[in-house]
Ligand binder design. Structure first.
Ligand code: AMP
Length: 286
């Protein structure tokens, strides 16, 4: 594996490596790698001759009172994990390399970014899409792999690629979970042990919603109530939202227009904010 940290070195290594190796698959991350990230690499390797991963804790997608400073950055361990999982080129730029100008042209994320994470974290999706668009232009992948774990993010990236006619495919890979159901996340490392235990309620509430749907319930509000009741059993977990949505548009699901639904949630557990979701009605779960 080659590790590069500047745009010039990235371009140089890709020009060399990718001449006779296509397709090129890309896995953008913020590091603190876990098995969820590695599953994306595995997914990319199935189709790609060359796999590029980026690790960049993007300052523009964090609000002023969010966890940018305490976001974990175990870069040496990440480098080893990336190499072991079969990444060919690891790109680890500094913020000044990606954003040499402070007030440049940016991507505006549109209507699908108004709700849920976009409402709680104003500016988050504009910052995320701007950096993803820049990374796509630098790496020029044939396809990029994103996790369903961040469903709204994946939907917005797919919408950006569609709306701006970007020449690549977007692959969405299922959520990898701990054995007790908690979705793997770099932020799980920030949980105190007692909070780690309480955080299990998120996947329990989503599973309850999914079971109700499997049993035939088609009233989204009834499904939401059942899930919220499970969440309420853990009063130290403070939900921002728990909602049944269309999994592509992220609009609230409507009883009389059944489509492909997902149930999404976000909650604060101690000082850490976690998000999770499950697809409704899929035999392969989430
Ligand atoms: P992050 O480093 O948290 O920005 O995540 C980088 C990519 O990994 C995103 O596409 C995430 O959706 C994906 N990802 C994060 N956690 C998981 C997980 N538990 N399972 C699958 N993909 C994940």
């Amino acid at each position: 594996m080659i590790r590069v940290s500047t745009v010039a070195d990235l371009r140089g290594s890709l020009a060399e490596a990718s001449a006779d190796r296509t397709p090129l698959g890309f896995v953008p991350t913020m590091g603190a790698l876990h098995r969820g990230h590695l599953s994306l690499v595995e997914r990319a390797r199935r189709r790609a001759d060359l796999v590029v991963m980026s690790i960049f804790v993007n300052p523009r997608q964090f609000g002023p009172n969010e966890d940018f400073a305490r976001y974990p950055r175990p870069i040496e361990q990440d480098e080893q994990m990336a190499a072991d999982s079969g990444v060919d080129v690891l790109f680890t730029p500094r913020a000044s390399e990606i954003f040499p100008v402070t007030q440049g042209v940016t991507i505006s994320s549109g209507d699908a970014a108004r709700r849920w994470e976009g409402e709680v974290r104003p500016g988050h999706f504009d910052g995320m899409l701007t950096v993803v668009a820049k990374l796509f232009n630098l790496v020029r992948p044939d396809f990029a792999v994103f996790g369903q774990k961040d469903l709204q993010q994946a939907a917005l990236v797919a919408a950006m690629v569609r709306d701006l006619n970007m020449p690549l495919g977007i692959v969405i890979a299922p959520t990898v979970r701990e054995s007790d159901g908690l979705a793997m996340s770099s932020r799980n490392r920030l949980l105190a042990p007692a909070d780690r235990e309480k955080a299990r309620v998120l996947s329990r509430a989503l599973s309850a919603a999914r079971s109700l749907f499997s049993d035939g319930e088609r009233d989204p509000r009834a499904i939401e109530s059942a899930g919220r009741a499970v969440l309420a059993g853990e009063p130290a977990v403070l939900p921002d939202y728990f909602a049944v949505v269309d999994r592509t548009t992220l609009e609230p699901a409507m009883r009389d227009s059944p489509g492909d639904w997902a149930v999404i949630t976000a909650a604060r557990v101690g000082a850490t904010r976690l998000i999770d979701n499950m697809l409704l009605g899929d035999s392969d779960g989430d």
